[in-house]
Design a protein around this ligand. Structure first.
Ligand code: CA
Length: 466
């Protein structure tokens, strides 16, 4: 009898759970595919991100709208792609380029949610966009820097990494985690949208020593590289590999002689940098773990959707390149996972190419908010229910005016504004070492892929017009 009563209650229980799910929105800065379950680096240690992936669906081919913080995040949070907003670099401000945009957070607020955040969600001053937040937590007090640079290294050595002799509690991301946890422990009158933005593993790769100890230097492997890899690149591709290009003109092609890679290698820092990036990822993962634990302990656990995303990838020497700022796989691929309690697919990997710009319409649909029209992304809800289903649309990444990459499940096709092209076959060449674009036998494939190139390309703002 008891069982029958319980079964009769089930549909109502389900309805009440899903009438108003909460959202925990976790943004991770500069996180490439070096997380355990994505296998980008065999020794990556991210048990907490991996356990989140096991609960829901993780996208193995998730790509950024732009390989740089500001344009990636603004397009994710507005649903407007860089080629339609003209936000291409780190210099443009959200409300100067998109005064009327309804951000993801704004839409949740207008739909009756309590919307709060901490840390790096938007980039730079757009972080405090008044329309987006009911409350945004700002840390006060000075940052402590207990890092000692190796005195044996010359001034011009590029070394923004090394262990700190402090505890987690002195770190910016840990303090924000603490605040997020305190919010999670509160009873909530309204459904909530809570955003936790980590500033790591963005440079500097300086985290407490214990995270370096997780990745002993003698076990560090260098990323796979091919001698002469740049020889088949078009001119613009070579510039991207060697120089730091910010399309908003803030750091337009700032040059180090022969690029960052030559500098890192010359000063014996390659292995140390790989270790430091892994350590910084493990630090970020530990903070994410604290937040996930607090959600599990809270009364909100079974009615909170969790989405975790990185804003783009990061090179550590592949294509003799460091940082992001490029249209290759390593710069554009990043983790993206959803946990929808009670969702159909659990512990599954989805291989379809998707974009971070799809997050906005996905959350709108999952939470039953009023639909938004004119978004450049599309809801991933069908893939969260059946990750293997067909998915026609490729992911599009834009870097600056009229430079685009199209990524299907098998191919990456890049077209630069000066006409330069690259084409890679990921079935045969996962490292993108052989540019096939000049081979005549691929011309019809290139035309098919080129159909996905954006038709609209909004001109960038000049520095004086900002
Ligand atoms: Ca970033």
């Amino acid at each position: 009898m008891k069982v029958i009563k319980y079964l009769l209650l089930l549909p109502f229980l389900g309805a009440s759970l899903w009438a108003t799910p909460n959202v925990l929105f976790i943004a991770v800065d500069d996180l490439r595919d070096w997380v355990g379950h994505l296998g980008g680096y065999p020794g990556a240690k991210t048990p907490n991100i991996d356990r989140l992936a096991k609960r829901g669906v993780s996208f193995t081919r998730a790509y950024c709208p732009a390989p740089l913080c500001n344009p990636s995040r603004i397009s994710l949070m507005t649903g407007v792609a860089p080629y339609r907003s003209g936000v291409y670099g780190n210099g443009e401000k959200l409300r100067e380029r998109l005064p009327d945009a309804v951000t993801l957070m704004q839409h949740f607020r207008a739909s009756g949610y309590s919307v709060k955040g901490a840390g790096k969600v938007f980039h730079g001053t757009s972080a405090y966009d008044r329309d987006s937040w009911d409350f945004f937590f700002k840390q006060t007090g000075k940052k402590r820097n207990s890092f000692k640079r190796d005195p044996g290294l010359p001034e011009d050595a590029w070394v923004r990494w090394g262990p700190l002799d402090c505890g987690d509690d002195e770190m910016f991301d840990a303090k924000n985690a603490e605040w997020i946890i305190s919010e999670m422990e509160k009873p909530q009158e309204k459904p909530f949208f809570l955003a936790y933005g980590l500033t790591k593993p963005h440079l500097d790769w300086k985290v407490p020593q214990k995270y370096f100890d997780l990745h002993p230097i003698e076990g560090i492997e260098l990323p796979p590289v091919k001698k002469g890899d740049l020889s088949d690149l078009p001119v613009f591709g070579t510039k991207l590999a060697r120089e730091v290009y910010d399309p908003s003109g803030e750091k337009n092609f700032a040059v180090k002689p022969d690029g960052d890679h030559a500098n890192v290698v010359a000063h014996g820092q390659w292995r140390k940098a790989v270790q430091a990036y892994l350590a910084t990822i493990s630090f970020a993962d530990a903070q994410i773990g604290r937040v996930l634990d607090s959600l599990d302990r809270s009364v909100h656990a079974r009615k909170t959707i969790v989405v975790l995303w990185g804003d783009h990838g990061w090179h550590l020497g592949e294509k003799e390149h460091w940082r992001k700022h490029a249209l290759w796989e390593v710069s554009t691929r990043t983790p993206l996972m959803f946990w929808v309690p009670g969702g159909a697919a659990k512990g599954q990997l989805c291989q379809r190419p998707v974009s971070l710009i799809d997050i906005y319409p996905t959350l709108v649909e999952l939470c039953g908010l009023p639909q938004r029209y004119g978004m450049d992304g599309q809801s991933l809800k069908p893939l969260l229910e059946a990750p293997d289903q067909e998915w026609e649309r490729p992911a599009v990444t834009t870097f600056g005016f009229r430079n685009h990459a199209i990524r299907t499940e098998r191919w990456r096709y890049i077209q630069y504004s000066d006409g330069g092209q690259e084409l890679y076959d990921h079935e045969a060449d996962p490292n993108e070492w052989s540019n096939l674009a000049s081979l005549p036998r691929y011309s019809s494939l290139k035309s098919q892929l080129a159909k996905w190139l954006p038709v609209t390309n909004v001109k960038p703002a000049t520095k004086s017009s900002r």
